[in-house]
Design a binder for this molecule. Structure first.
Ligand code: PLP
Length: 374
């Protein structure tokens, strides 16, 4: 059997990784400024993480959600403390799309309304409600187009007000910082007005922190730069450092109903042990403030380089918008400079490194990047 051919691949086989470096099968070392798409939060093969996985695996990998799972309870308690959301509840799933799918469903159950507002350039995943709220017609099949999502321009509070005024909007879903859309930071004033408007109209505000959360931007969640509290927060990517996991943080205004939400694998013992180790490492190594310091350093030093049109971002979630398409540059960065980066659209290089990136490694990247653009 062949693999279903849906990914354009770089001709590289990654064999192993340590912290911010990965190594191919020929022994070449690469600097990982991509984190496997914002997934590697505490660095590849962190010893504490490997130990937690091995210990849990030797005891119990999985049992179903029909019995008490103390590792799940521990994770919920720890996430509440580290994130500042101790009064919220946690529902665990297996991916980002699944987290958004459940968030949208919960909002619709709660309000009894069918419609969702999302923003131009949004990306929320590839399952049915999540992909319908994603602003990319190319990844929506006819079955995903139920007409329940309306897109409005980012930062246009009047457009949101108009749509909510129709009386059928269950939720507004917005990324803390748009990732796939090219690292677009919503205006602080808009976020504050959006919180007020959704609160006044009984509309659920869902913050998709799947890419921007877990310390990446220099706060635990990107929306904490603004000081608002959403009704639902979705997380995935870095939460278990590569073990597939997603989560929905749910405000106390929601009342759980047996049978309304459910999953076979979500919140399994091994995943929870991985996620607990991630929170411990984030806390013990001060990775949220490291993301802020090293990220700001990178942003400052990238500005003004040859061919760089704009540098956007917060912490270690950075867009380098070039004056030209970046396909060849990314290829040079990988094959000649041995640096992994991400992209967004045609002209944007995206940096989403592990939160353990040091200033010395940032300098190393700046040197390799400067050589690649000259
Ligand atoms: C903001 C955001 N939401 C949702 C998703 C979907 O996550 P997953 O691929 O785990 O389903 C992504 C993935 O890139 C994302 O960046």
């Amino acid at each position: 059997m062949n693999l279903y051919d849906v990914y354009p691949l770089f001709d590289i086989t990654i064999d192993h990784g340590t912290d911010c470096k990965v190594y191919d099968t020929n022994g070449n070392e690469y600097l990982d400024l991509y984190g496997g798409h914002a997934v590697i939060s505490i660095g590849h093969s962190h010893p504490k993480y490997l130990k937690a996985l091995a210990e849990q695996a030797s005891k119990l990998v999985f049992y179903s959600n029909s019995v008490i799972n103390p590792v799940q309870q521990q994770l919920a308690r720890r996430l509440g403390e580290v994130s500042g959301y101790v009064d919220y509840s946690l529902f665990l799933v297996n991916s980002g799309a699944e987290a958004n799918e459940n968030a949208i469903k919960l909002a619709s159950f709660h309000t009894g309304r069918p419609r969702v507002i999302a923003f131009n350039k949004a990306f929320h995943g590839r399952t049915s409600a999540a992909v319908e709220a994603t602003d990319n017609p190319k990844i929506k099949a006819p079955v995903n187009c139920s007409g329940h999502v309306t897109f409005v321009p980012m930062n246009d509070i009047e457009a949101v007000r108009r749509e909510i005024g129709r009386g059928d909007v269950a939720a507004v879903i917005i990324e803390g910082i748009q990732g796939v859309g090219g690292i677009i930071i919503p205006d602080d004033k808009f976020m504050i007005e959006l919180r007020r408007l959704t609160q006044d109209t009984g509309t659920v505000l869902i913050l998709d922190e799947i890419q921007s959360g877990y310390g990446r931007t220099g706060r635990f969640f990107a929306h904490q730069h603004v000081g608002i509290r959403p009704d639902i927060i979705t997380v995935a990517k870095g939460i278990a450092n590569g073990y597939p996991m997603g989560g929905v943080l749910i405000s106390p205004m929601f009342k759980p109903v047996y049978g309304q939400l459910g999953t076979t694998f979500g919140g399994n013992h091994l995943g929870c042990a991985a996620a607990l180790a991630v929170l411990d490492v984030i806390d013990e190594q001060g990775l949220v403030s490291n993301a802020e310091t090293v990220g700001n350093y990178l942003i400052e030093h990238l500005k003004g380089l040859a061919g760089v049109k704009e540098v956007r971002g917060r912490g270690l979630m950075i867009a380098i918008e070039m004056e030209y398409p970046v396909k060849d540059l990314r290829s040079r960065l990988i094959h000649q400079s041995h640096v992994f980066t991400g992209a967004a659209g045609t002209n944007v290089i995206r940096l989403l490194p592990p939160l353990t990136l040091t200033r010395a490694l940032a300098d190393d990247f700046l040197l390799r990047f400067t050589q690649a653009i000259s």
